[in-house]
Design a binder for this molecule. Structure first.
Ligand SMILES: NC(=O)c1ccc[n+]([C@@H]2O[C@H](COP(=O)([O-])OP(=O)(O)OC[C@H]3O[C@@H](n4cnc5c(N)ncnc54)[C@H](OP(=O)(O)O)[C@@H]3O)[C@@H](O)[C@H]2O)c1
Length: 371
């Protein structure tokens, strides 16, 4: 049996779901892969639980999940303490063969991730932010461990990041396979936000923009400030990761992002913003009608093609995979030399803590078992 030390950064929705799935799948991982994950450290933003022994035991792990679900701070947890130095934690808790898992939503993990890679530890990210900083950081994160060529492939490097685009959906692996086979990708088009998918479906059904955003807000589909979804920056980060996966060298600022509200509404409070939404209803009704007149439908899409990355409301053919999409699913079309006229399509739930954690766990098993 191979023991794989794990350092988990972030114990929120995804991190907690991951802990539960590691515990629930111990028998499977032992029997099928000869692997046991031992958690050496679990960190939140200002605290950590660390052991230098053979990993935290399962009752403690499940207690940490329960504690975090009740909004506990690991700094105040029985076996825990304050932390302000993730590099130091990787240094103390890391050992040969370790996997550092980043389930935070911050760039602050980057020094610890780079330190881990310098030590030849492996890294699995559900956190997009480190991969959407400077190109140089992306290169260092994704090419560590690659040998022979400048292109990262999914096998050589020490890092995996499937769940950064479309959660558990096999988007990055599909992209990497197309690249590895030399199949030229001429265009990637995708819907990467369940929330914006919900809004677009509502618009298509004839609902006013203000009503469908209000409904998404009331159902808890949006962030507490809906502008965090409607602005499109999260989708832009995913588009950037895909473009960089094609080998393009670009920065987040190079992505042409059109949000679903005007800049002038940025300074409003959330309540004022919600109250002002009806001012946008006519604009979106016009866009939907113009698209329909041309046999198209409006989608909030990311497009990577011809050296450009655009993110925003786009009129797409009603009969295309993206045009047929309804509801909150994510969908990615890869248009390539071998996939034409119909593109290679990946579709399914693109969010959710359990599906995302399962995607992270699958990558941990792949790295641990050398798959
Ligand atoms: N949820 C999904 O469906 C989904 C899908 C795909 C990808 N993702 C990505 O996965 C990541 C985690 O998502 P989530 O839903 O689990 O978010 P979350 O519930 O907000 O959890 C984030 C965790 O990171 C911790 N954290 C924040 N700053 C930190 C720091 N400086 N050092 C150590 N820990 C820090 C937080 O600590 P506290 O507990 O102290 O706040 C929290 O435990 C995000 O990057 C998200 O974009 C999520």
């Amino acid at each position: 049996m191979q023991s794989i030390p794990v350092i988990l950064l972030g114990a929120g929705g995804v991190g907690s779901a991951l802990i539960k799935q590691i515990v629930a799948n111990r028998a499977l991982h032992a029997a099928e892969y000869g692997v046991e994950f031992t958690l050496q450290a679990v960190c939140d933003r200002d605290g950590a639980v660390i052991t230098l022994d053979a990993g935290l035991d399962d009752p403690t792990l499940l207690d940490i999940v329960d504690y975090k679900t009740r909004k506990g701070r690991l700094a105040a947890y029985g076996q825990g303490g304050p932390q302000s130095d993730l590099v130091g934690i990787v240094d103390i808790a890391g050992r040969t063969g370790a996997i550092v898992v980043d389930c935070t939503a911050t760039e602050a993990t980057v020094p610890a991730l780079l330190y881990a890679l310098d030590r030849k530890y492996r890294v699995v990210l559900s956190n997009k932010k480190p991969l959407t900083m400077d190109q140089e950081v992306y290169d260092r994160l994704t090419r560590a461990g690659a040998t022979g060529g400048k292109r990262s492939t999914p096998r050589q490097p020490l890092t995996r990041w499937e769940t950064t685009c479309g959660a558990g959906l096999p988007v990055i692996v599909a992209l990497n396979r197309l690249v590895a086979a030399g199949d030229p990708v001429t265009r990637i088009a995708g819907a990467f936000s369940g929330t914006l998918g919900f809004v677009m479906t509502g618009l298509q059904q004839g609902q006013p923009f203000s009503a469908v955003v209000r409904e998404a807000f009331d159902l808890g589909y949006t962030e507490p400030d809906p502008r965090d979804d409607l602005g499109g920056v999260d989708v832009a980060r995913k588009a950037l990761i895909l473009a960089r996966g094609l080998g393009w060298r670009m920065e987040l600022n190079d992505i042409e992002v059109t949000g679903l509200y005007p800049e002038a509404m940025s300074s409003l409070s959330v309540n004022e913003f919600m109250a002002a939404l009806p001012e946008l209803d006519d604009h979106f009704r016009t866009l939907v009608e113009a698209a329909a007149a041309g046999g198209k439908v409006l989608r909030y899409a990311a497009t990577v093609a011809g050296g450009r990355c655009t993110v925003g409301p786009q009129a797409v053919d009603a009969g295309s995979p993206l045009g047929r999409l309804e509801g909150t699913d994510n969908l990615v079309e890869f248009h390539t030399q071998w996939y034409r006229p119909a593109p290679l399509v990946v579709q399914g739930r693109g969010a959710g803590t359990d599906a995302t954690a399962a995607g992270v766990l699958a990558e941990m098993v792949e790295l641990a078992a050398g798959l």
